[in-house]
Design a protein around this ligand. Structure first.
Ligand code: PLP
Length: 402
């Protein structure tokens, strides 16, 4: 008998749990499911730019061996220069770790930091790998509230009130998944001041940094706090539509002198995984240095812009549904008015929606929101598909009761 390791007992990653299993069962039974549950651009014809693929193909013959454990030099130079241009002045190639996606770096950054019971401040709602990885590493996720009435900006008072003597780190996800919030300068300065006052490591997940709409401007947290130790994360999955390449990076900035042990721990973990996938690392320099085709997608007339407009309008026309308009990223995080819909179990709702309408969305509590009254829909699909999706949701909600 093989039982599960006890360290996994409380690890949650529900957005890929029972909901996805049920979708797979339905697919195995021959049903076609409309899947708007994943931030995966390529299946919707939002393909990786040619130059990036060509670069990888060109370098394939020389990518057979292991690389430096942190990643190939040209990619680390490109990442360091990228953050320098964003105002993170002193970041150098040796401060950069490449990873098999940001996912791997999230886990590494926490594994190197946490002892049993150490607390990490994580936004609620969050991209749930953050909560899951804190738990996996023996830590205690402590969720801070983000306020829909303020466009889902973090509630700074709640962040400050959540600090204890065990708090070690503050997670920032900006632009945010699932809410689409892009944090203001004031919010970021407030968060960073709390980290400063309490000596916290700042873990800043900025994977959507170039996917912002309208007047929203993304600000790199590390550039606003050169005196703090900040790990800034980004990658190829979203902006460069190359999620399958599994390529991400993490730049360490700020005073490294009081973090030498921690950084040695990161290096140890990097060494133990030998190196990230080498062919995909070759794409990083071209991605960051070349034409930023994402800019054509996020401005009026561009696919992502128009899909966001359309999906948001259609979603908010459904009776009893409202949604803060996302300023960034790829998601609508819509609220089902509890007065109208009275949902007690949002995972059940998503499974019922799947079975009745053959459509897969994600439930809000899967993103560690405490109340079962939100769902997330990806707006990567073309407008006719988004039309169909919102029609299915409207039809479903017309009669749905729990
Ligand atoms: N961080 C956030 C906020 C995300 O939304 C995602 C993927 O959806 C990731 C990290 C993981 O990205 P990667 O594909 O680089 O592992």
């Amino acid at each position: 008998m093989f039982s599960q390791a006890s360290r996994l007992k409380n690890v949650r990653y529900d957005i890929r749990g029972p909901v996805l299993r049920r979708a797979q069962e339905l697919e195995n039974a021959g049903h076609r499911i409309l899947k708007l549950n994943l931030g995966n651009p390529a299946p919707w014809g939002l393909n990786t730019p040619e130059a990036i693929v060509a670069d990888m193909v060109h370098n394939l013959p020389s990518a057979e061996g292991y690389s430096d454990a942190r990643g190939i030099y040209s990619a680390r130079v490109a990442v360091a220069q990228y953050y320098q241009t964003l105002g993170v002045e002193h970041v150098q190639p040796d401060d950069v770790f490449l990873g098999n996606g940001v996912s791997e770096l999230i886990v590494m950054s926490l594994q190197a930091l946490l002892n049993t019971g150490d607390e990490v401040l994580v936004p609620s709602p969050d991209y749930p790998l953050w909560t899951g990885a804190v738990t996996l590493c023996g830590g205690q996720p402590v969720h801070y509230r983000c306020d829909p009435a303020q466009g889902w900006q973090p509630d700074l008072e709640h962040v400050a009130a959540s600090i204890t003597s065990r708090t070690r780190a503050l997670v920032i996800i900006n632009p945010n998944n699932p809410t689409g919030a892009v944090y203001s300068r004031e919010t970021l300065l407030g968060l960073l001041e709390i980290a400063r006052r309490h000596g916290l490591l700042v873990l800043s997940d900025e994977i959507y940094d170039k996917i912002v709409y309208d007047e929203a401007r993304h600000l790199c947290a590390a550039a606003l706090a050169p005196d703090l130790l900040v790990l800034t994360m980004g990658g190829l999955s979203k902006t460069y539509r190359a999620a399958g390449f599994r390529s991400g990076w993490m730049a360490v900035s700020g005073p490294a002198t009081h973090a030498t042990e921690y950084l040695e721990g990161l290096q140890l973990l990097a060494n133990m995984r030998l190196c990230p996938n080498v062919p995909a690392q070759h794409a990083v320099q071209t991605a960051l240095g070349g034409f930023q085709s994402i800019t054509t997608l996020i401005r009026p007339g561009g696919r992502l812009y128009e899909q966001r407009e359309h999906a948001w309008r259609k979603m908010t026309e459904i009776p009893g549904v409202d949604c803060v308009k996302p300023e960034g990223a790829l998601y609508l995080f819509a609220r089902l008015d509890p007065e109208v819909h009275k949902i007690r179990d949002d995972q059940r709702l998503i499974i019922d929606l799947l079975e009745q309408q053959l459509m897969l969305l994600s439930h809000g509590t899967g993103f560690n929101l405490p109340t079962p009254d939100h769902l997330r829909m990806v707006f990567l699909a073309p407008v006719d598909v988004l039309d169909d999706a919102t029609d299915r949701l409207r039809r479903f909600l017309e009669t749905y009761q729990q």
